[in-house]
Design a protein around this ligand. Sequence first.
Ligand SMILES: Cc1cc2nc3c(=O)[nH]c(=O)nc-3n(C[C@H](O)[C@H](O)[C@H](O)COP(=O)(O)O)c2cc1C
Length: 538
Amino acid sequence: MTIFEYHDATKHHYHRSARSLGYMDWTNQPEPFRHYEGRSPISLPLLEDDPDGGYPDLYLRNKNPEKPFGLKNVAGFLELSLGLSAWKGVPGSRWSLRINPSSGNLHPSEAHLILPSIKGLDSGVYHYNSFLHTIEPRAILSPDLWDKIMRHFHTPGFLIGISSIFWRESWKYGERAFRYCNHDAGHALACLSFSANLFGWKVIYLNALSDDDIRTVLGFDKAQWPHMEEEHPDFLCYVFQFSQMPASRNLSEAILKDFAELDFFGTPNTLSPDHFNWEMIDLAGRRTKKPKTESFELSLKNTPPFFTETIPDLTASRIIRQRRSATGFDPNGFITQEQFIAMLDKTLPRMNIAPFDVELSPACVHLLLFVHNVEGLKKGLYFFFRNEEDQDIIRSLTQVDFLWQTVREGFPLYFLQAGNFRKVAARVSCYQEIAGDSIFSLGMIAKFRDPIESHPYNYRNLFWETGMIGQVLYLEAESHGLRGTGIGCFFDDAVHDILGLSDNRFQSLYHFTVGKHIEDRRIKTLPPYYHIERKRQN
Ligand SMILES: Cc1cc2nc3c(=O)[nH]c(=O)nc-3n(C[C@H](O)[C@H](O)[C@H](O)COP(=O)(O)O)c2cc1C
């Protein structure tokens, strides 16, 4: 099976969904939190005061003071990227939400850190437990190894890696779950980049490493994984103070060798009593395994942002904390053209602007927009290019009668076709009303065949890129008093038919919707860490 075959087999069609159990196997529902048993975890302090950067400081890096890499700040960085955001409950049921969203709230992404020695804390490899806001020691690094890492990067900082537990998603979504794990990893990457920004730090993707290198560094090859609950490496990043760019996007062979010789401890907990083995997911993982590659630096554009609209005077951390997925929209919601353009503009990669300056890969994903209610814009279909070089090919591959009218001089948004697309948008998003009742919804159209044919691991990168765009849109929606929702369930080829795409040079990989949300007042909310604050106080 090639990764193209995986992709085709996991498309939803109007009359046939991608293979899954088709019912909820509640007895085997995976535990939402992983922990490593064996060594005493280290409790992280919760933020007493959030960083005071305003919402624009989330993108523009110049105002956030550079903080030292103390435990308090590392803890704050984790709390505002991958920590809990709230508990929700109805009589008889309670569930937690996190700063990072996840398909079905199943959270396949896990985080591991490689930290320097910080006041009483050994330099080592740690797993982040977001439920208890603790880090669990998994290996101790010698001062010599940490020195080597510092000399390698030429600037102080620490490493953070994200991995995926496929079973968490495949339990519910079957074979399509590999896609969702990668969306979630992309959301997590954007969360790390935004949160780092608030501490005056920056996150950079170490693009030369192979998946096996990451497995070595995180000790995955030595872990005693419970059956089918292995963590698969996604990426490793370096976190550093913004003004001091590291000298490398790689780890030297000498450093990798030292990690290979470390003793790792801690046993990963078992998540489910039994599993359904979706073999296609493991195959997809194997087909997209990343080898070592040449290290590269992306030269992102330095064009000034179009951020002209006024946004409420809210702190960045407040927006990060209040982010939620909408479950219903008031179809009367609207925004101005100015707001719409500012929102799209934030999804463009630019030098020194989060989150795309993590330098994952050149932009490959564009937006097909269903505009339902934007003041000053005709209702209808629009296309937003996130890179210039795909413009001609996309125009040549799509419907001949599209208008391609410029909306605003110098801004890569084009009007294609007038019409009320509310029903169409909902229908292609698996009949989900949130895609039709919103202000706008969209499909993320990725350059697909060529990047994957040359490097199959790009399949995962493309999904990460879509997750990052989704995270920007989530925060943008909140900052405008609106709400967004990522949409992983859509009828792939039905979207391609709207555009007129007839082959796999471009594919729709993820949907998103933004609107005026309707709160479900039956659901009660509790603070994110009320359960441990009480325990720590006693
Ligand atoms: C990749 C991805 C796909 C999602 N797909 C859908 C979807 O198809 N329909 C939906 O209503 N919500 C969808 N969601 C929203 C999740 O259900 C939501 O993130 C999760 O329940 C956690 O809630 P929160 O976002 O409010 O923290 C998706 C989220 C992500 C990240």
